[in-house]
Write a protein that binds this ligand. Structure first.
Ligand code: FAD
Ligand code: DHB
Length: 387
């Protein structure tokens, strides 16, 4: 078998890269460890920057997004029992679009199926070789071993994938920060009791009120890292969420069963560089942000867009300039998103027992809520720095 580009991973990064390259006449094979149903059902991010929407439009997969996505011109910060709006649009000229990662994935899967481009789901033991020379990828599927020769490999296989681990350890540097709490998330069908997202900080911990549509909410609370979903009943979740969000929301939450309940750990992680010979890492394979700034999916999209430009130029004019610059171009944007996500995580979560830090946290939020300049800086980052 042969393909110009082998893409490892059919998450949003891999599927989007395949779609962009396919439209530029470049053939790709996507290898995915999980089943199509599993990939489609995973509940993850929910907020798209305008730059992400623009790339999805460029990829020809934004019709449903434009029809169903909710445009939000502001976001709220819950602090000391009150809610304060940050007017994103007024401050930056841009808003954000609320449209779930599940829907983005579905649109991309549908587009790939319509294009007749191949994805091998349930590909086992994906192995990368000769990444510095003539790259080759082997995998097991349907009880057989397959081998694919290619020009390039795109490692879009997430934090736990095989691509980053295929790089010699002395060629890669990892920077990491772990947090000793996670996010417990619930998806449920009721009309949001809030018009815009609320990021709330309280002594009991962080809570986020989000949504997926006019009839579906997605809410999160900070929880101990050791907790498992079984430690929480739905009633306990909503009671705690209500305490942290405050106002009159708690009393109005309807008793409807959750569609999904899961815990995600929080981590900041960057691997440098993003290129090793013919292997390019993109998305969560190269970096993780804690979810507090809603940057994970958006960052995967900007990496992929830069990689698409590099590969397109290479095949169109044999220019490798953009491929040479790929890693540095991505890393500049990655570190800025890491900074903002780390900052939001630091300011909005409870870190028990840190007296001085607790006062700093309080002061940071007070300053944000009182200073137009601070709000502008916040808004500029939240809506997304330019691609
Ligand atoms: P992924 O979506 O992880 O896709 C990688 C794909 O590669 C997967 O389909 C995986 O099965 C496949 N794969 C892995 N290993 C192999 C292998 N060896 N061979 C073949 N295929 C392989 N971001 C936010 O902004 N907000 C959120 O609320 C939020 N919640 C999240 C919750 C969880 C539990 C996680 C894990 C992430 C969350 N994120 C969130 C981050 C966001 O979802 C990611 O940044 C985004 O999914 C990155 O896309 P990706 O395609 O790079 O990686
Ligand atoms: C959602 C997740 C986030 O991490 C975030 O910052 C905003 C919204 C969500 O899942 O809706």
């Amino acid at each position: 078998m042969r393909s110009q580009v082998v893409i490892v991973g059919a998450g949003p990064a891999g599927l989007l890269l395949g779609q962009l390259l396919g439209r530029a006449g470049i053939d790709t094979l996507i290898l995915e460890r999980r089943s199509a149903a599993y990939v489609k059902e995973r509940i993850r991010a929910g907020v798209l920057e305008q730059g992400t929407v623009d790339v999805l439009e460029h990829a020809g997969v934004a019709q449903r997004l434009h029809a169903d996505g909710l445009i939000h011109d502001g976001v709220e910060i819950g602090f000391q029992g009150a809610r304060h709006r940050i007017a994103l649009k007024e401050l930056t000229g841009k808003g954000v679009t609320v449209y779930g990662q599940t829907e983005v994935t579905r649109d991309l899967m549908d587009a790939r199926a319509s294009a007749g481009a191949p994805v091998v789901y349930e590909a086992e033991d994906v192995t990368l070789s000769d990444i510095g020379g003539s790259p080759r990828v082997t995998f097991r599927h349907g009880g057989k071993t397959h081998e694919v020769d290619c020009d390039f490999i795109a490692g879009c296989d997430g934090y736990h994938g095989v691509s980053r681990k295929s790089v010699p350890p002395d060629a890669i540097t990892a920077f990491e920060r772990q947090y000793d709490f996670g996010w417990l998330g619930v998806l449920a069908d009721f009309a949001p009791l809030w018009d815009e997202l609320i990021y709330a900080t309280s002594e009991r911990g962080f809570a986020l009120a989000s949504m997926r549509s006019e009839t579906r909410v997605r809410c999160y609370i900070q929880c101990p890292l050791e907790d498992s979903v079984d430690d929480w009943s739905e009633a306990e979740f909503w009671a705690e969420f209500g305490e942290r969000i405050g106002g009159d929301i708690a009393a109005r939450i309807p008793q409807v069963p959750a569609l999904e309940m899961s815990i995600a750990p929080l981590r900041s992680f960057v691997a440098e560089p993003l290129r090793f010979g013919k292997l390019f890492l993109a998305g969560d394979a190269a970096h993780i942000v804690p979810p507090t700034g809603a940057k994970g999916l958006n960052l995967a999209v900007s990496d992929v867009f830069y990689l698409y430009e590099g590969l397109r130029d290479f095949y169109r004019s044999r220019s490798d300039l953009a491929l040479v610059e790929y890693s540095a171009r991505c890393l500049k944007r990655i570190w800025r998103a890491e900074r903002f996500s780390w900052w939001m995580t630091r300011q909005l979560h409870a870190f028990p027992g840190e007296g001085f830090d607790e006062r700093m946290q309080r002061t940071e939020i007070e300053y944000l809520l009182e200073s137009q300049a601070a709000q502008k800086a916040f808004a500029e980052n939240y809506v997304g720095l330019p691609l």
